[in-house]
Design a protein. Structure first.
Length: 138
């Protein structure tokens, strides 16, 4: 069983999706409090966390925000919680909480379904630079 830091939030993402990889880099840039760690859904640690949480990713196909020993969120709720953590102008994303989760997830799912077509995908998961390696689980 993978040992996860208790003081970090884990973002599981589609490692071959260009949009997802760009989003991870944006989160890293805006993570001023050093809150987040990352792992691809396709990685060993990602698969282990998914199995531990008993998530069927064939039905979710989504970003997962996991707070070890607390909870996990998926889709638009995960994305909003991540953005809300940044502070500053990102606090404006709190406005999206007024929409019901079902509506937010319709928009999220539409983008997710088309992400490869619109943004492309890689043949394999992103390999972080040495500088960013500490932000990723193996």
């Amino acid at each position: 069983m993978i040992e996860l830091p208790k003081d970090k939030k884990i973002i599981l993402f589609d490692g071959i999706c260009n949009l997802c990889n760009d989003s991870v880099l944006k989160v890293i840039k805006n993570d001023k409090k050093n809150t987040f760690l990352f792992t691809a859904l396709q990685s060993n640690s990602g698969k282990e966390i998914i199995n531990q949480l008993k998530i069927d990713i064939s039905k979710i196909d989504s970003i997962i925000l996991y707070e070890p020993n607390i909870s996990y969120d998926i889709k638009s709720t995960a994305a909003l919680k991540i953005m809300n953590d940044f502070g500053g102008l990102w606090q404006l994303t709190r406005l999206f909480w007024i929409f019901p989760e079902s509506f937010r997830n319709l928009v999220y799912d539409y983008i997710a379904r088309n992400r490869y077509k619109w943004f492309g995908k890689k043949d394999s998961c992103m390999i972080p630079t040495l500088e960013l390696k500490a932000k990723f689980l193996d």
